[in-house]
Design a protein around this ligand. Sequence first.
Ligand code: GSH
Length: 203
Amino acid sequence: MIDLYTWGTPNGFKVSIMLEELGLAYTVHPINILDEDQFAPDYIAINPNAKIPAIVDVENGLTISESGAILIYLAEKYESDLLPTSGPERYDVLQWLMLQMGGVGPIFGQVHHFYKFSKEDIPYAKQRFGDEMTRLYGVLDAKLAKTTYIAGNSYSIADIALYPWVARHEWHPLDLNEFCHVKRWYDTLSSRTGIKRGMDVPK
Ligand SMILES: N[C@@H](CCC(=O)N[C@@H](CS)C(=O)NCC(=O)O)C(=O)O
């Protein structure tokens, strides 16, 4: 059994999608980041960085934060095909997962902030992060023109990490139809039961 500490954001959805794809039983503990639940001492004891998501594996007491690390942990613990165990395919998945963690997540997060949440209109920030977002969509589109999924021809934790960020495309200063390979990938993944269920956590 896994305890999942999460909220309805792209980083949180990555882990709920993974748990659904693996068909695991898990208990959801909503951490309302708008109410600053992430700063409560009980939660800081679980994730000292005060962000969602985090998990506690009740079977062995292991506590893990950082969505990418959680995806790797779950894939390895449950010996899932979502992360190959060796060879070039493993590093294909890891490099696209790291691009999501170090590139797509932080940049898309800034776009969401400056386009949707900031009380101040800051054209420089919108331009800077909007341009980098568009460039990243181009990188994803060029890769998905060549392979069915982002790391190759098998669905993987790299797709799971990316999907919830692209799922916010209506907030993005671009038209998804202009990235037809990303659109094809997005539509395919949107029909998966694990994705649909994971995107609905917490209820
Ligand atoms: N690199 C972290 C990022 C986690 C993160 O930024 N979580 C956001 C929600 S998507 C959060 O908890 N924000 C609350 C805050 O910044 O106070 C991960 O991938 O787990």
